[in-house]
Write a protein that binds this ligand. Sequence first.
Ligand code: AMP
Length: 134
Amino acid sequence: METIFTKICQGIIPSTKIYEDGTCFVIMDINPVKKGHCLVIAREPYPNVASCPDEVLTHMILVAKKVEAKQRAVLGNDGSNIIINNDPASGQEVPHIHIHVIPRFTGDGRKHFADHDKYEDGEMQKIGDLLKLS
Ligand code: AMP
C-alpha cells in the first residue's frame, strides 16, 4: 500500500533526507517533538513490526543507533526516545514502519507517557506468566 513515506521515498513529496541505503532512509520529522527529531523509515511499506522482516528491522535499529549518536554529537542531547508506534491503537498515524529518534535534554519538559495503569494484587505476576517467552 502506498503511504506518504512511499511518496517521500520516491521524491514525489519533498523531505530533508539525512541518510539512505537499499533498505531504509532517514528524514527529519516535519513536526518534531524536539528539534532534530528523525525518522528511520523502511523503503518497503511494511505496516507494522509483525509484518517487517527480521533483517529489515535489525538493520533499521542499527541505523537508528547511528542517527542517535550523530544527534548527541551535533545537538548535545543528554538522552533520546527511540520509538516505534505499532498500529493505530498505539498512536501510529502513518502505516509504514518507521523508528522515531527523538533527542531529549535534561528537564526539557516532554512527557513520553502521561498516564499509567495500576496492577491489582497478583495481576502483574499473572500477566507476566502469560507473556513468558519460550
Ligand atoms: P507515527 O504517528 O508514529 O505514524 O508518526 C508519523 C510521523 O510522521 C509524525 O511524527 C509526523 O510528524 C511525521 N510526518 C508526517 N508527514 C511528514 C512529512 N511529510 N515529512 C516529515 N515527517 C512527516
